[in-house]
Structures are given as C-alpha cells and as structure tokens.
Design a binder for this molecule. Structure first.
Ligand SMILES: Cc1cc2nc3c(=O)[nH]c(=O)nc-3n(C[C@H](O)[C@H](O)[C@H](O)COP(=O)(O)OP(=O)(O)OC[C@H]3O[C@@H](n4cnc5c(N)ncnc54)[C@H](O)[C@@H]3O)c2cc1C
Length: 410
C-alpha cells in the first residue's frame, strides 16, 4: 500500500537517522515486533525497557510508513467526545477510555528526557471550538461531562476566544495537559533507545508469511526466519491487507506546514486547535514558528489520484489558516502531503489478541490519536506479556461489537 503522497516535513529534521541492516539468517527471540512506525516503536521501547528479548523488523526504513505523515498532536480528548463514549459504551467504559488516554499522555510527556534523539515534545493546551452555533450546547454538555469525571477544562464564551485568538467562534472548551511532538524523531528516538537496551532492529526486512505453532510463531522473511515466542503486529493501516477488521475504514487525509512566519498570529499559549465539525480541521504551531494545518479528508482513492489532489487540498488548508488568522495572509506552504488514514466505526482503536492468530498481539491505533493509542497498547500488551492481567484490553478487542449503554448513562 502506498501510504503517503507529497512531502512531509519531518525527515528533514533528522538528516542522518540511525540505520539498521536487513536480517540475513535465522534468529530467536521472545517477542518479535513487525513494523517500525509509532506502534512498533512504542512497543519496542516498552518491552526493551523491561529487559525483554526483542526483535523488530521494518520492511521500509524506520518511520517510513504513516508515522512520517503524522502531524504530532497528542491529545486526551478524542475524535469521539467523552459524552458520546459514555452514550455508546456506558459510563464506566467511556470514562476508562478517557482515563487511559490521559495516563498515556502523561507517559509520553515523561519520555522527553529519556531518549537520545530529542522527540521535541512540548506540553500544550487544546482549544476545541464549536464550528457552528448549534454545537455550542453540545460543547457545554461535554464540558460538564469532563468536569464531572475529573478532567480539567474550561468552557469559554465567544468574547474570551476573540480576546485570546482574534477569531470569532461561538464557544470552546480549553483543556490543559496535551502536547505536540515531532513524530519522526519520536519513532527514531524510541527505536534507537530500544536498540541500545538490547533490541535487535532490522530495516528493509518484510515478513512474508507465518507458521503458528503450539510454542510460538515462525516468521519468514526474504532472507531468514525468526522463531518468536510471541509476535506484536504493528503494521499500521497495512494490517488491513493481512486481516480485515470489519469496523475499520481507510480514507485520505491531507496536511500542510507553512514556511516560518516572521511572527506568529495571536495564538493563545500556542495551543493545539481543533473543532466540533466532522471531519474536522486542526492547527498547531512548530518550535521554529510555522503553522501546521490538517484535515480536508476524502474517500480513499488510488495513490496516483491522491498525488494529484495534494496541491488542491493544500491550497484549501491554507485558506482555512487565513480565515482563522487573516494577519498571516501571504504566508507560503513549505510542505504539503496527503496520506491514508484509518478510523473505526465505533471510535475506539484496536489492540490485543485475535482468536485466529495464536501467540500474537495487534496494535492498530486507528483514529486521530494514534500516538496516544500506541502508548496505551504498548503498555497493556507489555504488561500482559510479562504475565500481568490487563482487563482494559477488552475495551479495544479486535472482535468486539459496540455494546449498547445501560439505561440512564447518557
Ligand atoms: C496526515 C496524518 C496526520 C496524522 N496526525 C496525527 C496526529 O496529529 N496525532 C496522532 O496521534 N496521530 C496522527 N495520525 C495518525 C498516526 O500517523 C498514526 O496513528 C501512527 O503514526 C501510525 O503508526 P503505526 O505504527 O500504526 O503505522 P506506520 O507508521 O505505518 O507503521 C507501520 C510500519 O509497519 C511496516 N510494515 C507493514 N507491513 C510490514 C511487513 N509485512 N513487514 C515488515 N514491516 C511492515 C510499514 O512499513 C510501516 O513502517 C495522523 C495520520 C495521518 C495520515
């Protein structure tokens, strides 16, 4: 699958990334991780930090999949609001999901000082604004739900938003504790650290097929075999080519990064900005004074068609930036890209085991919070592989069907 069109900005920020030889020959490990994107990187780091015997293979280069299209927003709040999660999954499970995201974000913030390649993690607040006046009541309700369950946030009326940003929106929720990162540097930082802790890493090494035995799995690559007690599949959206998840949907999405601005517009605390409309637009700044904007999602097309769409969609994204911040008119786009993006019908990612794949775990962080989901998955799976019991995995089951909420929970 061709995952990315156009040029994403991140590779230029790490001109000489660590490189790893392809696998040639046979080897044994306790845990084989397939995929060197955000999911595989988080898993490799979690496992290697616990002293596990880990091998990771990546068929492209490390970070060469969707993770270098990632725009680096790290948020507790999700594509699906807490109120909506409670309505769909019930109060206990809906709140559990948000708490897991909060804990994962705190874990990501702690990574900043532990990696030798700086992932440029900066704590930020988020502004979620009402796209249309009718959404203001829904936001007020969401604010009350978040407050009731202990998630810190403020509800802002239009005058407060106007005073702090300059643009007019009917209402917003402002919440602390989120962050931005450079996803490519994060993936390399995590894998580099896992490697220095003993994990074996192979680039340009594709898993071809598998043999599932009673005591583990044999993974065949072009030039070798890996005998693993357990496998973690972290193949991103390409997992859908191996095993289709009925509730997963792939689409195209687009993003731009501007050239550095002489001065950023009025942008309160350089917050992450997004909106209630679906699909939504989102905006962030970078440490060197640029603006990133993303959205303009479309149905999945061929990669060739997506290549052609990048300039058009990029122009529309720049117009959205100018509509919010008229003072940046004349700013030029430096990078524009489009990519495959995965969502799920019920709004939760997939992680955990699958009955058809013994000794195997999957990390499928589908949705706009893929980095946070990768963190949740890697911790829950690493705990399980160490012999712990993590019932939270049931929430993200690969074979789930959304359970209706018990009466009275909405
Ligand atoms: C435009 C865009 C913006 C995004 N913005 C954000 C954001 O702001 N915040 C956020 O949290 N998330 C965001 N996401 C989602 C995020 O990119 C993903 O959730 C995450 O980075 C994907 O990581 P991954 O490891 O699952 O997949 P990938 O990065 O695709 O990694 C999977 C890897 O597996 C490898 N692989 C596949 N098959 C094999 C095989 N058979 N053998 C060996 N290797 C194999 C691939 O080459 C690939 O490198 C965004 C996505 C897009 C497209």
């Amino acid at each position: 699958m061709e995952l990315v069109s156009g040029t994403s900005p991140w590779e230029a920020t790490l001109p000489n990334p660590p490189e790893y030889d392809p696998l040639a020959g046979d080897e044994h490990c306790d845990c084989l991780i397939i995929g060197g994107g955000m999911g595989g990187a988080m898993a490799a780091y979690a496992m290697a930090s616990r002293g596990a015997d880990v091998t990771l293979i990546e068929k492209r280069k490390i970070g060469g999949g969707s993770s270098h299209a990632n725009t680096g927003l790290l948020q507790i709040a999700n594509d699906k609001s807490l109120t909506s999660c409670i309505n769909t999954f019930g109060e206990e499970r809906g709140v559990l999901f948000y708490r897991l995201c909060q804990k994962a974000l705190q874990g990501i913030l702690k990574l900043a000082g532990k990696l030798d390649i700086d992932p440029q993690i900066i704590e930020r607040s988020s502004l979620l604004y009402a796209s249309v006046p009718e959404d203001a009541d829904m936001l007020r309700q969401e604010y009350r739900t978040l407050q009731r369950h202990g998630f810190t946030c403020e509800f802002w009326e239009s005058d407060r938003i106007k005073a702090l940003y300059g643009f007019a929106k009917p209402a917003a929720i402002y919440s602390p504790g989120d962050a931005e990162t450079n996803p490519y540097r994060m993936v390399h930082g995590l894998i580099h650290k896992a490697h220095s802790l003993g994990a074996r890493v192979y680039e340009h090494t594709r898993s071809r097929h598998f043999e599932y035995n009673s005591d583990g799995v044999v993974c065949y690559t072009e030039d070798g075999r890996i005998f693993a007690k357990n496998v973690i599949f972290a193949m991103g959206y390409e997992t859908q080519e191996m095993k289709r998840d009925r509730g997963a949907e792939l689409i195209n999405t687009y993003a731009i990064m501007t050239k550095p601005l002489p001065a950023l517009p009025k942008w309160h605390e350089r917050s992450l900005i997004w909106e209630t409309a679906r699909p939504y637009l989102y905006f962030r700044t970078t440490p060197d004074g640029r603006i990133i904007a993303g959205g303009k999602d479309e149905t999945l097309t061929s990669p060739e068609r997506r290549d052609i769409r990048v300039p058009t969609q990029a122009k529309k994204l720049l117009q959205e930036v100018e509509a919010l911040f008229p003072e940046v008119r004349g700013t030029e786009i430096e990078y524009a890209w489009g990519a495959v993006f995965g969502t799920t019908h019920d709004g939760l990612p997939y992680m955990g085991t699958h009955p058809d794949y013994p000794h195997c775990y999957f990390i499928e962080g589908y949705g706009g919070n893929g980095t946070v989901y990768s963190m949740i998955a890697s911790e829950l799976i690493a705990d399980t592989l160490e012999g712990g019991i993590r019932p939270e995995l049931e929430l993200f089951s690969l074979t789930r069907s959304a359970k209706p909420a018990p009466a009275g929970t909405s």
